[in-house]
Ligand binder design. Sequence first.
Ligand code: NAD
Ligand code: DAU
Length: 363
Amino acid sequence: MKFCKNILITGGAGFIGSHVVRLFVNKYPEYRIVNLDALTYAGNLANLKDIENAPNYVFVKADICDFDKMCAVMKEYDIDGVIHLAAESHVDRSIKDPFTFARTNVMGTLSLLQAARQHWGGQWSGKRFYHISTDEVYGALELDAPEEPAPYGSCFFTESTPYTPHSPYSASKASSDHFVRAYHDTYGMPTLVTNCSNNYGPYQFPEKLIPLFINNIRHGKPLPVYGKGENVRDWLYVVDHARAIDVIFHNGQVGDTYNIGGFNEWKNIDIVKVLIKTVDKLLGNPVGHSDHLITYVTDRAGHDLRYAIDSSKLHRELGWAPSLQFEEGIELTVRWYLDNQDWLDNITSGEYEKYYEEMYSKS
Ligand code: NAD
Ligand code: DAU
């Protein structure tokens, strides 16, 4: 079968990547979608069961740090476009093991950039290298007044906010962003970078706040809230992030950066209360049944206080806006995890139990 474009999506077996792969495979039957993933603890092919036999879908198990393999994949599938999501993505893990983050996020991105550059040989027409990054590279914002309702401050991250990463994770992502821009400025590679806020939705690994807490509420386990629970995050439904990636990949201005966010700031403790209320309601428990599970624990080292993204450029220039209200998105999400207990059980057995013990036993 002849395809009009060959798109390499890295990290497609992870949380956001699986939504991007699904969207592209279903929406663009004329493209061949090559999902390249190392299947680390965070990668799971069960996330893509519904499209695994699609005629325009190929899976390649490989490590982005393997430069020779990246060159071979570029050649074998004659790749025109790269959407790069593969990364180590959990801040707490980066605090324990920064080397792995530097390796994958920095060296892995560089290996992919260089493989694309060699394959394209300076013929940039019709080519795109799109790097998915995070709002965490911008550092942390203040709360104007702790008791005010959201937005909690008058400042937001814009595309020109200087980079001030604080965690090994965000430092590694910042470094990879700089390499991508350097390939644009030095070699003329047609690159795009986006910086997105916190995603939530189906298929997120249950080490991150929302799926971890839904699972714990269901099992009557403590909910480890870091510090006082006053940190603020800006939450976006993952399918809306995938929609933004589609719009930007096709219509974004080459060399440019776009922020993606939900204009949807929440304090952690308020999110936790919404999760308790929603899980209890859907399980038929009385109101307040799981409130006692809230457990304040030692704060995350270097915990960024507030993230808030100004995504008005993306709205103004490319017409993207989130499609779901948070209340709808969170109910869909809680329902999905409750209905897909097998998916959770499969990944929370074995190695995960060890991680959970080590992570939370000393708190
Ligand atoms: P995830 O941890 O769920 O998935 C990462 C995927 O990358 C996994 O499938 C894993 O197997 C794969 N991977 C890891 N190392 C690899 C390597 N060396 N070679 C090939 N594959 C490898 O992450 P996610 O939450 O889906 O995040 C995806 C991307 O989006 C990341 O780049 C992350 O920095 C960025 N991001 C995430 C969020 C969020 O809220 N989750 C927000 C903004 C940006
Ligand atoms: O902002 C975008 C980033 O969002 C992405 O780049 C990261 O890949 C993604 O993991 C996410 O980072 P956070 O650190 O914000 O997400 P996490 O779900 O780990 O934590 C959300 C908030 O909840 C944060 O303030 C820490 C807090 N938290 C988290 C966990 C896991 C707790 O209080 N208790 C917990 O057990």
